[in-house]
Design a protein around this ligand. Structure first.
Ligand code: ZN
Ligand code: ZN
Length: 284
């Protein structure tokens, strides 16, 4: 009887201890979730600011390209005969080749866009490291190889723009439009200045916005993953959905976490996805 009583007491103590462990674990995972959400919020806010800044810079570059394309056309305006419709495609081809030779898009990219990409990628890397360090309350060094890596990535991404091909294709469209409207050289030059900045998009604003969003998001994801890799407390990553009504794909990815950093880097988030990879913290 006495033995049974003490067994019952032991059992109760064990259960109490278990309760305590469970509530500690719950508190710790609630704390982890709170930290994840706080960081996701900070990163989202930072990305929005970077997006707005980069959008303005890109739009300015595209406008500049339009001006230079106008000049390159005016240098070759004698090759443009508006009312001559016979063999227009072949003539336009020659004219466009002359404009492109004068315009030198790849030099424009290296001079005008590459420095902007690199500066933006670097700013996002530093901002992301700072957000991660302050939110997790840890010291975080930003190693030189990581900085070099992000600059190289920015360089690669500017190449993906394919500004050369986009400009050439747009010139064909503009010449066709100009001829069909019977525009003279001066009017066509203005059309080039106004429409080249948009490239394959309907307007240069939309073009700048889409690129700025994609690039700042991409740079931030890459930066965040690098910072997590350098934080011993981080054991993996969770996808934190953005907005009130995330799409089913993003919800699925979020529900199946946490992922290892390598696995997460292999997961392609869809264009315009604003979800954030947040660190999974084992002991906090
Ligand atoms: Zn989605
Ligand atoms: Zn998403």
């Amino acid at each position: 009887m006495v033995a049974n009583l003490s067994k019952g007491k032991e059992m109760n103590e064990t259960l109490e201890l278990l309760d305590e462990v469970i509530s500690l674990l719950e508190a710790s995972s609630a704390k982890t979730r709170a930290i994840q959400r706080r960081l996701a919020k900070k990163l989202k806010a930072q990305q929005k600011i970077a997006e707005r800044r980069f959008k303005g810079e890109l739009a300015a570059s595209f406008d500049e390209l339009g001006k230079q394309a106008e000049e390159a056309f005016l240098d070759n305006a004698d090759k443009y005969v508006p009312d001559e419709v016979v063999q227009e495609a072949a003539e336009d081809g020659q004219l466009i080749a002359s404009i492109m030779a004068k315009l030198k898009v790849s030099e424009f990219v290296a001079r005008e866009l590459l420095p902007k990409y690199e500066a933006e990628y670097l700013a996002i890397l530093k901002g992301t490291y700072n957000d991660v360090a302050t939110t997790l309350n840890i010291g975080l060094n930003l190693p030189d190889p990581v900085m070099r890596n992000i600059l190289a990535e920015g360089g690669k991404r500017v190449g993906l723009l394919d500004l050369e091909e986009g400009t050439r294709a747009k010139l064909f469209d503009i010449l066709e439009e100009g001829r069909s409207q019977g525009l003279g050289s001066d009017a066509l030059a203005r059309l080039i200045r106004d429409e080249i900045p948009a490239g394959p998009w309907s307007s240069s604003t939309i073009r700048a916005e889409v690129i700025a969003r994609t690039e700042t998001k991409y740079a931030q994801n890459m930066s965040a993953m690098e910072s997590y890799r350098n934080s011993p407390a981080v054991t993996g990553v969770d996808l934190i959905n953005a907005g009130q009504d995330p799409c089913p794909i993003c919800q699925d990815i979020a529900a199946n976490g946490p992922y290892s950093i390598d696995t997460a880097e292999g997961i392609d988030l869809h264009p315009n996805c604003l979800c954030v990879w947040s660190p999974h913290l084992e002991e906090f």
